[in-house]
Write a protein that binds this ligand. Sequence first.
Ligand code: AMP
Ligand code: MG
Length: 221
Amino acid sequence: MMNTKIERVNPEQIDETIMEEAGRLIAEGELVAFPTETVYGLGGDALHPEAARKIYAAKGRPSDNPLIVHIADFSDMERVAREVPEAARKLAGAFWPGPLTMIVWKSDAVPMATTGGMDTVAVRMPNHPVALDLIRKSGCLIAAPSANTSGRPSPTEASHVAEDLSGRIAMILDGGPVGIGIESTIIDLTESKPMVLRPGYITPQMLSEVLGEEVIIDPGI
Ligand code: AMP
Ligand code: MG
């Protein structure tokens, strides 16, 4: 068991000292839970296989369930994607930062430990000042599933994160209760037609309007 630091951060007035410490922990390969506009995420360095393994261990999650890579600038998409599809640029222009996750072919920079062994990677730019600041301060891209142990509901408050993960992670950034509580919409851009793999706040119709083409829904959902 490790000592989990819980730090209160006001999203409207971010404490630089706390955020610098949190960013350093991520850069050193440790795990930090942080607020996003959807749910609290459990973050680790996305390009560091050992950090990804720590995330699976802390959550008790099977390691073939891929993680979402969180970025703070669109240019980071070029680091994690083999090539950036035109559709990704359009969708980012309309919905990022926001609750939309895009699946693209991964670059060699992204370890298989992060993608659960897949050749594709899930990428999102969260719309929360604490999340964006943590990504920038860490100098990393941050792999983050929801900050709950496997089988428990996705947390919308830091106290829920603490119940599940105290003693298993280095730090929890408490930015207060978070908004939507619904997870991001996931859209797959690797096939001939864009396909929604997980429904969420952003609907297929909203996606289709921006793309100017039909968006299909995964028949499995
Ligand atoms: P969570 O971060 O807990 O919301 O879970 C992330 C979810 O994103 C996974 O459970 C998958 O359903 C989905 N996902 C992440 N990466 C991929 C990928 N490369 N291909 C398809 N789905 C993915
Ligand atoms: Mg989850």
